[in-house]
Design a protein around this ligand. Structure first.
Ligand SMILES: C[S@@+](CC[C@H](N)C(=O)[O-])C[C@H]1O[C@@H](n2cnc3c(N)ncnc32)[C@H](O)[C@@H]1O
Length: 322
């Protein structure tokens, strides 16, 4: 016990390691992002990360060719981290670290937008794996929604709606539906598709799904879906936090995405940031936003030539009454 404490305090007795803890307060980060934010060499940062990991303050998680780090904010560390996190002093180094991180994330967001813009402009629907239309999956999604969410819903939001597939499938279950996307080309496609199909209860709006404050004018949602969207974001928990504020008292959030996989080419060629998710991760994201995992589908698997197996999962969370 005493030995553990000595290890923890020794790990914290270093400026760089405190800066890393500060960065991780905002959520998990990849090693590359920490390296960039601290403006230090990779080997140096990796050494500090190893010390923090060995002290139990952080966990390193390997995901394909990348490693992500997150704070272990469990019982044994909670008081100590709470104490550190309360430190609101705007030290110079801390501000600079966050500024570099912010700039990096912004440039990445622009790169992702360019990617989608090009894909949609060329009428090529994102990555080849997303072209699938799978009735078995659609049926499982329909079932998980109707078995849990009270229908007809008042409001249903589809974040990163793309061509509006989720709205086409589920708009009959709600009085009002809102699809959000930040790509004008795809918004046009989705609008014309939904108009042709007489989905008059659907609105498609231009917006950034990481900043949902302005969306309150559409009311609170009974259900928010992220269908094949989360893997484009370094910090998916930010999207879940943003969604939570839009949910009504006991609203639901449905994440449809790949189960953890090994297809690194989806990062290099198709702008993915995360190689899928497992249930622990989703649980962790949910818990941080006071959402409880209430149901999931059993998963639908896709086999493509030269691609290691991909399984699509859906996890349904319910906001805890606050
Ligand atoms: C792979 S597509 C999925 C589309 C749709 N959900 C589906 O499964 O059919 C991802 C969508 O997320 C949108 N997107 C990515 N980043 C976004 C952001 N920050 N704000 C709003 N939309 C975003 C892209 O424009 C794209 O249409």
């Amino acid at each position: 016990m005493l030995e553990e404490k000595i290890k923890t305090f020794a790990a914290l007795a270093d400026e760089t390691r405190l800066r890393i803890i500060n960065l991780l307060i905002e959520g998990e980060l990849s090693v590359q992002d920490i390296v960039y934010s601290l403006d230090q060499s990779q080997p140096r940062v990796s050494r500090h990360l190893r010390i923090l990991d060995e002290s139990g303050l952080i966990t390193r998680i390997k995901e394909g060719g990348w490693v992500f780090c997150k704070l272990n904010n469990d019982k044994s560390n909670k008081h100590l981290l709470d104490y550190l996190l309360k430190d609101k002093t705007k030290q110079n180094s801390k501000q600079k670290d966050f500024q570099r991180l912010y700039d990096l994330q912004k440039s990445r967001l622009n790169a992702a937008n360019d990617f989608f813009f090009k894909q949609y402009k060329e009428q090529y629907y994102v990555d080849p794996l997303n072209q699938f239309s799978n009735v078995a999956l659609d049926n499982q999604l329909y079932q998980i929604i109707t078995e849990n969410v009270h229908t007809p819903m008042s409001n249903f939001f589809d974040m990163g709606t793309g061509s509006g597939k989720m709205l086409s499938l589920f708009s009959s279950l709600a009085k009002n539906c809102v699809g959000v996307d930040n790509n004008h080309t795809v918004i046009k496609m989705a609008k014309s598709k939904l108009t042709q199909a007489n989905r008059n209860n659907c609105k498609i709006i231009f917006g950034d799904i990481t900043q949902t404050e302005g969306m309150e004018i559409y009311g609170k949602a009974d259900l928010i879906i992220y269908h094949q969207v989360l893997h484009y974001f370094d910090k998916p928990q930010d999207l879940i936090k943003a969604a939570k504020n839009l949910l009504n008292k006991e609203g639901y959030i449905l994440i449809v995405d790949y189960l953890k996989h090994q297809n690194e080419f989806l990062r290099t060629n198709f702008s993915h940031r995360r190689l899928g998710f497992d249930e622990n991760q989703i649980n962790d994201y949910f818990q941080k936003s006071n959402i409880e995992l209430v149901d999931k589908i059993k998963g639908v698997s896709f086999k493509q030539p030269n691609v290691s197996q991909l399984i699509v999962m859906a996890w349904l969370g319910k906001k805890n009454y606050e």
